[in-house]
Design a binder for this molecule. Structure first.
Ligand code: SF4
Length: 296
């Protein structure tokens, strides 16, 4: 057990760089308990460090890294959001924000209210190791309460931090299309929209209007067929079913129909998961193979 904890510490020191989300979990007796807490806080992978006093053990859990299958790091210069469409029903970010608020994490003192975090705006400039960085896993950058000025600053940082690929995903595609002409763009900014149902296919038209060099769609949680999906002008497509309690099921033909269109059009396709209550058990095989392509 001691050896395991040493390994965790080393991993925290060597492989992960600290981001904005450091919180302390106290009085843990073992690394196994530490891991249990990490998993309970939503499956965000850890770097870790710890120290012991004669009476207590405290561990700092570092949450810059992520288990989001298609990303490597998260960067949350904004936290908090409001629900905008049916895909938001079981919003992971909302649950996580309240959990972190309950744990006394200062960054989440406002719970799930939209909050700007100027203090971590420039963090990616300090990360030397090139990474795929998911921007705002705990919010939507194009939320109406995030000012145009702040969105512009986020884009400026992404343009400067050329060592990384930034993945920005929004459901507020109207605002994206409206602001896009005035934002600075660079080839390392991947811009995406979420489409959970046919009803929201218009978000892809908004995405096409932007000058983003890499455009992607997240069909997650996929809640219905999207037979009218046209992959023209799109570089990458992610499909995933909803996971967790109350997850709404995804039918196989909804996913294969999207996949077939991507294959025909030469669009990179990533099948993330079937989802369900136990997403690990459901796995990520689509017609008996893994689909984990990335844009060229
Ligand atoms: S847009 Fe995203 S972060 Fe905002 S409520 Fe919906 S699922 Fe949650």
């Amino acid at each position: 057990m001691g050896e395991d904890f040493k390994q965790l510490k080393r991993r925290g020191r060597d492989e992960y760089e600290r981001d904005e989300l450091i919180f302390r979990v106290g009085f843990l007796s073992s690394p196994a308990n530490l891991i249990a807490v990490i998993e309970a806080t939503g499956g965000v992978e850890l770097g870790s460090s710890g120290h012991t006093t004669s009476t207590n053990k405290h561990y700092e859990v570092i949450m810059a890294t992520t288990k989001i299958e298609w990303s490597e790091k998260v960067w949350n210069p904004v936290t908090g959001c409001t629900k905008v469409s049916t895909g938001c029903k079981h919003c992971y970010a909302e649950k996580m924000a309240y959990r972190l608020q309950g744990m006394g994490q200062a960054k989440y003192a406002n719970g799930f209210e939209v909050t700007i975090h100027l203090d971590i705006l420039k963090k990616p400039l300090k990360w030397k190791k090139p990474s795929r960085v998911f921007v705002n896993s705990m919010s939507d950058l194009f939320h109406e309460e995030v000012t145009e000025t702040f969105i512009g600053l986020v884009f400026e940082v992404m343009c400067k931090a050329k060592q990384h690929q930034f993945q920005v995903l929004t459901k507020r595609s109207e605002r994206l299309a409206e602001l896009a002409p005035d934002l600075p763009w660079a080839d390392n900014i991947w811009m995406g929209v979420t489409v959970e149902k046919e009803k929201y296919l218009h978000r892809i038209d908004h995405l096409r209007q932007t000058p983003a060099a890499t455009k992607f769609i997240s069909f997650e949680p996929l809640l219905g067929p999207v037979s009218d999906f046209d992959p023209t002008g799109i570089d990458w497509v992610i499909v995933g079913g909803e996971s967790g309690p109350g997850a709404r099921p995804m039918e196989e033909e909804w996913a294969t129909e999207i996949r077939d269109k991507c294959v025909d059009a030469g669009v990179a396709f990533f099948f993330k998961q079937w989802g369900g209550r136990n997403k690990k058990a459901a796995g990520c095989l689509l017609e008996e193979r893994v689909w984990s392509e990335y844009p060229a």
